[in-house]
Design a protein around this ligand. Structure first.
Ligand SMILES: O=C(CO)[C@H](O)[C@H](O)COP(=O)(O)O
Length: 232
């Protein structure tokens, strides 16, 4: 199976967890896009959900497919969020933000009773960190924020490059109007400690470590689809 077929398989399985009438957080990225396409087909056949999108791109796709959308102000508590991930560890801690939507993704997933991650087998790792960690930062004070991140990482015995994400003709800008620094620190021995350390840096808006948020992962490989639950 090619990469797209695996994404579709994971998305199909996750769709089985969505019940009629649910308030649903809807993720961002190429795997989430396949999920939205399948959800759109179901909605066209009379299935009802209220979706809360995690990005402008996801909102556009949902609206094209006739999926009813609300904001988190209108629907502040959600039944379920379904979203992709860049890495998944055995405790179902994640790295997210490869698509640049990590801030809204974390807000939406945290407002949900459950989060199902959809992915292919390549996203499953023993320890997070091979994928560069996206850190969403304020454009104001970028140099000072970068230095503060480097110092925080060093206190946790981590170091590596912090690359300002580019859109091709300037810095990549998130839906919230912020920049992203992609941190190549290598394997992260204590993701929770790094998460806490990043959260207290004033110029850091959010980061892509999702700790204790995902409840289930639906992972597709050539051998079939398996579901993972957190080990601790
Ligand atoms: O976090 C994300 C976007 O911010 C995506 O879920 C993540 O990057 C995975 O994307 P894809 O399904 O395209 O591999």
């Amino acid at each position: 199976m090619d990469a797209r077929q695996l994404k579709i398989k994971a998305a199909e399985t996750a769709l089985g967890y969505v019940e009629d009438g649910m308030r649903l957080g809807i993720g961002t990225g190429s795997t989430a896009r396949e999920f939205i396409a399948l959800l759109g087909e179901k909605v066209a056949n009379g299935f009802n959900v209220i979706g809360v999108p995690t990005s402008e791109a996801t909102a556009r796709q949902c609206l094209e497919l006739g999926i009813e959308l609300k904001s988190l102000d209108e629907s502040p508590e959600l039944d379920l969020t379904i979203d992709g991930a860049d890495e998944i560890d055995p405790a179902l801690n994640l790295i997210k933000g490869g698509g640049g939507a990590l801030l809204r993704e974390k807000i939406v997933a945290s407002a949900s009773k459950a989060m199902i991650v959809i992915a292919d087998e390549t996203k499953v790792v023993d320890q997070l960190g091979a994928f560069p960690l996206p850190i969403e930062v304020m454009p104001f004070g970028l140099g000072a924020t970068r230095l503060a991140i480097e110092k925080a990482a060093s206190r946790l015995n981590m170091s590596g490059s912090l690359d300002l994400r580019s859109s091709g003709d300037g810095p990549f800008m998130t839906d919230g109007g912020h920049y992203i620094l992609d941190a190549s620190f290598g394997r992260i021995p204590d993701a929770e400690a790094l998460s806490v350390a990043l959260n207290i840096i004033p110029g850091v808006v959010e980061h892509g470590l999702f700790i204790d948020i995902a409840t289930l992962a639906v992972v597709a490989s050539d051998g079939g689809v398996r579901t993972l639950k957190a080990t601790e």
